[in-house]
Design a protein around this ligand. Structure first.
Ligand code: ADP
Length: 635
């Protein structure tokens, strides 16, 4: 192996990230210690885990631990562990670049966001090792990989470059030496370290120790006091989830949540549950208040609870414990019924886990149901942040669909803005004869309220769900029936009309006109009379079961190169509107009149605008309107 010393450059985004970390986490500097302790604990977990499966890797006899060491002369704080250690390559890969996926997108989000949100965002991102540079102007890492004899030393001032050289270390593990900035000497104080460890890392299962100097008075009068140094453990390493509920204070729950979630805010709810009987496990779950940055980012839409087996963390992101539609839930599950060396693949087939999962889902749903019934305002906020995630479950988790449905809340044509109502309540309010639950998809409530499709519902006798989230249309298709009521879009298919003689006559009278108009307008599948319009002259509708224009626009946005969807639309005309009746009269008086085609096109274009779409040729539209104005004003 070469004994080389090399100097390498940080990746470009690194300096930028470092600036952001240092500035935005200014009032949360203690985060650095939590991150370094958490890395050290991971390294200890890894060595223990590998020793289980790899007989070549003989764990040495020294107990696994993390040690803090203060050097007041040299102004350094050192965090050491006898964990797995790092090879030269690992160090370059992990500490020289930003290996984390999504860093670029993250930086962009951060730039676009409000400055005051930056600490929350960066905290969630997990700044990891780089947080060291908030308190240190130089960091030295000495590490020896388990099974190797040589060690490597990484040094950097956090900017531009880092150097690597070979070195020695007795035994495997890592030392992170922080050369503290001038005004960060508080980290040389025993009590600062003690209280920070207690607050954020108390539950860490491995011992976090420090040499503590104690003075005892001299045995003889006037003599020098006797100084003794003993290694003291700073954390209780007592797993909070194993303690009985009555014993744990609210503050402890909140601190633990912050320690595992990267959220600086308090959780909305916690669920501390100890299952006994045939299935024994302990769990502590948290429902956050704040929406994490990566809730909809990346491909990973799995949940990620920490899984412990008999107090030993075996996975910090177990996706099998909760479905993806509950991925916002944070927490820990500790079971004694699983083997310690269980693999991810094996977990998926474990019956025990399947049973635990069922219980966890049940508990979370119950807690949310309670919040909805007893703390409505809180539930509304929860729903704004996480409702869209839960809605994913409607289409992906058939077994729980009915229960998820009970959580759904919507704004409707009968609610005031900002005040949704539970789906079940809407259903209860409906008369027994009404067999359809209507909905309308759009971008905003205001757009829906002014939509021509709603005109027939303006009398308020029937409630229309307003679906304004991108996921809604997909979700509603998977919702099926709601207690015997069929869900239908008000802008699709034909609305039921009172079948009477007058209507039949109107239809008959309009027939030749409509047929002729169909021949003049290629853009639509057909033209018919509308029973949904009261005020507007025209609107476009899709056939029952077809995609809404909203969905079409979304599909196009996702794949702009795809050809425009062939909208097999139907143009509906309002037979009571003067624009329509006069157009018919004009046509009947002179079916060659050029104004007929012109007006029909204007009706079509205004229907496009009303459904939130764009007209294909705005200049042409303007020209037609101008012509109409000229002839109207000339009179
Ligand atoms: P994260 O912990 O989120 O992966 P960090 O920047 O904190 O990000 O650390 C990057 C990587 O460096 C870790 O994933 C790990 O592989 C390695 N590492 C950091 N600290 C240690 C340590 N004390 N022992 C072994 N490996 C470490």
């Amino acid at each position: 192996m070469s004994k080389s010393t090399e100097t390498l450059e940080f990746k470009a985004e690194m300096n930028q990230l470092m600036d952001i970390i240092i500035h935005s986490l200014y009032s949360h500097k203690e985060v650095f210690l939590r991150e370094l302790l958490s890395n050290a604990a991971d390294a200890l977990d890894k060595v223990r885990f590998q020793a289980l499966t790899n007989s070549d890797l003989v764990a040495d006899d020294a107990p696994l631990k993390i040690k803090l060491a203060i050097d007041k002369t040299n102004n350094t704080l050192t965090i050491s562990d006898n964990g797995i250690g790092m090879s030269r390559t690992t160090i370059v890969d992990q500490l020289g670049t930003i290996a984390k996926s999504g860093t670029k997108e993250f930086l962009e989000t951060l730039k676009a966001s409000d400055e005051k949100d930056a600490p929350d965002l960066i905290g969630q991102f997990g700044v990891g090792f780089y947080a060291s540079f908030m308190v240190a102007d130089k960091v030295t890492v000495i590490s020896r990989l388990a099974g190797e004899t040589e060690a490597v030393k990484w040094t950097s001032e956090g900017r531009g470059q880092f150097t690597l050289e070979d070195t020695e270390r007795s035994g495997r593990g890592t030392d992170i030496v922080l050369h503290l900035k001038e005004d960060e000497s508080e980290w040389l104080q025993e009590w600062t370290l003690r209280s920070t460890v207690k607050k954020f890392s108390d539950y860490v299962e491995h011992a976090i120790v420090m040499d503590v100097e104690k003075e005892t008075p001299a045995p003889e009068e006037g003599g020098e006091p006797i100084k003794t140094v003993t290694e003291e453990q700073l954390n209780s390493s007592k797993a909070i989830w194993l303690r009985s509920r009555g014993e744990v204070q609210d503050e402890e729950y909140k601190d633990f949540y912050k320690a595992i979630s990267r959220d600086f805010g308090d959780p909305a709810r916690w669920i501390h549950y100890q299952a006994e009987g045939t299935l024994e496990f302990n769990t502590l779950l948290f429902i956050p208040q704040n929406k994490p940055l990566d809730l909809f980012q990346g491909d990973d839409r799995n949940s990620s609870l920490h899984l412990y087996v008999n107090r030993v963390q075996i996975m910090d992101d177990c996706e099998t414990l909760l479905p993806g539609w509950l991925r916002f839930v944070k927490g820990v599950v500790d079971s004694n019924d699983l083997p310690l060396n269980v693999s991810r693949e094996l977990l998926q087939e474990t019956r025990t886990l399947e049973k635990i999962r069922k219980v966890l889902i049940g508990r979370v749903l119950k807690t949310l149901g309670n919040m909805r019934d007893k703390s409505w305002d809180e539930y509304k906020t929860f729903w704004e942040n996480f409702g869209a995630v839960i809605k994913e479950g409607v289409g992906t988790d058939f077994a729980n669909r009915d229960k998820i449905r009970e959580l759904l809340i919507f704004e409707t044509s009968l609610t005031v803005a900002g005040e949704p109502t539970p789906l079940n309540k809407i259903n209860e309010n409906m008369s027994d004869e009404q067999d359809t639950l209507w909905y309308l998809v759009g971008e905003t409530r205001a757009q829906l309220e002014n939509s021509p499709y709603l005109e027939a519902f303006k009398d308020g006798s029937q409630e229309v769900l307003f679906l304004t989230e991108p996921i809604d249309e997909w979700m509603i298709q998977h919702l099926g029936e709601v207690e015997g009521k069929t869900l239908k879009a008000v802008d699709r298919g034909e609305l039921p009309a009172a079948d009477n003689e007058a209507l039949a006559k109107t239809r008959e009278a309009f027939k030749p006109f409509l047929e002729a108009m169909e021949g003049q307008l290629d853009a639509v599948k057909n033209i018919r009379l509308s029973s949904r319009l009261k005020k507007s002259a025209a609107c476009l509708v899709a056939d029952e079961g077809a995609m809404s224009s909203q969905m079409e626009r979304m599909m196009q946005a996702m794949n702009p190169d795809a050809p425009a969807p062939s909208a097999e639309r139907i143009l509906e005309l309002n037979p009571d509107h003067a624009a329509v009746t006069q157009l018919r009269s004009l046509y009947e008086a002179n079916n060659d009149d050029a104004r007929v085609g012109n007006c029909l096109r204007v009706l079509y274009d205004q229907a496009l605008i009303a459904e939130g779409n764009q007209i294909l040729d705005p200049a042409d539209f303007a020209e037609r309107i101008n012509q109409l104005m000229v002839s109207a004003l000339a009179k």
